[in-house]
Write a protein that binds this ligand. Structure first.
Ligand code: DP6
Length: 324
């Protein structure tokens, strides 16, 4: 058979209302809905080539050949694509990201959304946005939110068919920026997939999940009305609630470093003085400081003066995953 090739680009995203815990692990059906924004310029480019030549799938990330569990995860995902397309050819996957993996910047989100788009195109499928988002979800939950553009909500859904992400506002709707404060670029000890599986062992997870529709509504409205004060309060509450679940699961997961807390306190104190800033932290020690784009350089300069901060990267609101 002739080689079938496609290349796609997807942005990472930062969640304002977090996904933590699955009600069904294999299908990655989330315990709760979530809201995020795509991060312009924090991107993964992935090429997929299906051909009859190979014996098995191959994967390179940033020119490094990947084997073991990393390859297995991509292999399982490609099986879904092969099944949908009715093909059995092996694939060569080459992926390049321009940000560090495994340090609280959702690398799997950009990776699996770019892979979903490139692999389906290379396999001859033309999927719409909702179907692509559902497929990306199977690779990594947060990846479903990197398929649509701008501000995005992943609907909890009633099952496999209706748990996918939709755009709630385009990138130009609100000029926010994420100042990503790197305090450590070490690979995190417990990856999110293992973390999700522990969420249910925390006595706090039930309350967090039960309260999510309320937080989603407040966050969605704050975005639609560009109300930074309401937005800041709900985003920090949601991040704190997820970390409370993490810290109280069995075994407990502590993702913060002392320097993460220093950044959080500085952000709260600057907001009290009138600067539009708030923090949110994923499954890693680095802090995402959200602000208005016009203030981003000033906020980044301030954050760079804090102890242990090695880098601050600014990302504005990003568009959807696309073929290149
Ligand atoms: C803390 O999507 O990385 O970033 O589905 O196992 O790949 P897998 O998990 P992943 O989990 C993201 C967790 C989070 C919160 C969020 O992005 O909503």
């Amino acid at each position: 058979m002739p080689a079938l090739n496609a290349t796609a680009l997807a942005n990472s995203n930062i969640a304002f209302i977090k996904y933590w815990g699955n009600r069904e692990e294999t299908l990655r059906l989330p315990a709760n809905g979530s809201i995020s924004m795509n991060l312009e310029g924090l991107e993964t480019r992935t090429s997929v080539t299906f051909s009859g030549n190979g014996q098995k799938d191959s994967l390179t990330i940033n020119n490094k050949s990947i084997t073991g569990p990393g390859l297995k995860r991509v292999n399982d995902f490609l099986d879904l694509v092969r099944q949908m397309a009715g093909i059995n050819a092996c694939a060569e996957v080459e992926s390049k990201s321009n940000f560090p993996a495994g340090a609280g910047i959702a690398s799997s989100a950009a990776a699996f959304s770019a892979l979903a788009l490139a692999a389906t195109k290379a396999a001859g499928l033309e999927l719409g946005e909702a179907d692509l988002s559902r497929l990306a979800r199977r690779g990594s939950g947060s990846a479903c939110r990197s398929i649509p553009g701008g501000f995005v909500e992943w609907q909890v859904g009633t099952g496999e068919a209706d748990s996918y992400a939709v755009s709630i506002a385009p990138p130009g709707h609100w000029d926010l920026a994420d100042c990503i404060v790197v305090v450590s670029s070490e690979h995190k000890a417990t990856g999110s997939t293992e973390g999700h599986a522990l969420a249910g062992t925390s006595p706090l997870q039930f309350a967090r999940v039960a309260d999510t529709p309320r937080r989603l509504e407040i966050c969605r409205n704050a975005i639609l009305q560009r109300d930074f004060d309401a937005f800041a309060e709900i985003v920090e509450l949601d991040s704190n609630m997820m970390h409370a679940v993490m810290m109280t699961s069995r075994p407990p997961l502590f993702y913060w470093q002392p320097s993460s807390l220093t950044v959080m306190q500085a952000v709260r104190s600057e907001r009290a003085k009138g600067l539009p800033v708030c923090y949110t932290i994923d499954a890693g020690p680095n802090v995402h400081v959200i602000t208005e784009k016009t203030q981003a350089e000033q906020v980044a300069a301030l954050l760079r003066t804090l102890p242990d901060v090695t880098e601050v990267r600014i990302a504005s609101v990003g568009g959807p995953a696309r073929l290149i």
